[in-house]
Design a protein around this ligand. Sequence first.
Ligand SMILES: [Zn+2]
Length: 457
Amino acid sequence: MIEPLEALKDYIRFSSVSTDPAYADSMVAARNYAQGLLEGLGFQVEVVDTELHPILYAERFGDPAWPHIVIYGHYDVQPADPFELWTSAPFEPEVREGRIYGRGAADNKGPTIVHMTALSRVLAEHPDLPLNITYVIEGEEEIGSESMPAFFDHYAERLAKADFILVSDTGSPNTEQIVITTALRGLVDFEVKLRGAKSDLHSGIHGGAVYNPILALTEICASLHTPDGRVNVPGFYDDVLPVLEWEREELARYPETEESYKQMLDVEAFYPANGLSPLEAVRFGPTLEFNGIGGGYQGVGSKTVIPSEAFVKITCRLVANQDPVKIQKQLFETIRERCPEGIRLTFRDGGIAPAYLAIPPERPNTPVDQPESLARAFKSADKAIESSFGTAPIYLREGGSIPVIADFNKRAGLEALMIGLFTPVDNLHAPDESFDLTLMDKAIVAFEQIFKDIAGV
Ligand SMILES: [Zn+2]
């Protein structure tokens, strides 16, 4: 049986930073470690080669008639820099006051160990557990899952035979209140570049004759929202589905208020659009944000020029049912139309990702064709979480994006059950990342129950 704390310590010790080639050996070691754990649980493990970091594809297979779940995770972590801001070394796990500290403790090594430990306990009790399980553990989640599309080309058919996918790579508000994530936002990422004259111009000699690219750019930017904060692009909201009352009620159970949110961000006022509250806006609404803007002279003092170029980086977060291809087209057309004559416009396409929605059973907006197996899994999770944590889970849309979840849906037709195991104090992607050991223990108990329930033992 897996001893979770020791296993997690071992796993954290492999500094599996996917983005930095200096950590290539540790990536291999972390992957070998995860492979060893899976083999110890009786899985047949395939190491699927990719352009960069291989993917672990593991199967425990019995009767095809058994329920079949896919469990997704990632063995890579974010860089630990700046090292000096860590209380203890990021790859030398340390337990302090009920938490284990180390890079990857919460994202995503802790949750992976939770799943595996629960499984090891269930299998010890029921060696012939009637449950088919496929594990997909990738090594490029923190750098955009770029090898996953090619992986789906070869494995989507096998994955499509499963009932649903289980993921614990989302958050919960605290260690007592677990969230089951019902939606992820999609993304449209691009950059607009405007060019005027072939080089910066003397503003005394040429000023007054030409359109300044910074003026054109800021006019375009300012035109992209109405004064009440709505995105001012024709058709942008056309496909947005209404948020139902039960979803607002779930959000009302979320242990955060507008006031505490204000304090946390240190802002004096919010600016949500479309009649949403700020807490609703980050989950239920689509956005258009300016992420960076530049052009002209940025040095010390002044320089009397009309710059040749100006740029802005923009991302939109999309909600369920908005088509990223259509939205990108509408955005590009609108921006092109609003670009004045004499200014040359180019786009850099930074990519798109669809939003994802997974509504639990028996709600007014539950899809009529929701697979029975997924409905059962939602119910099992609800019951197991309530009994282990003492509180029923909250069903909540999340503002972030995990494009690979939408890909599992699009490529293999799998719906996701997303049970959040990290909390805001876990410091994901930041110094002193940690994972709460009480939450870990309760989550293991909950997942034991979930696996047994799904298998029907
Ligand atoms: Zn993660």
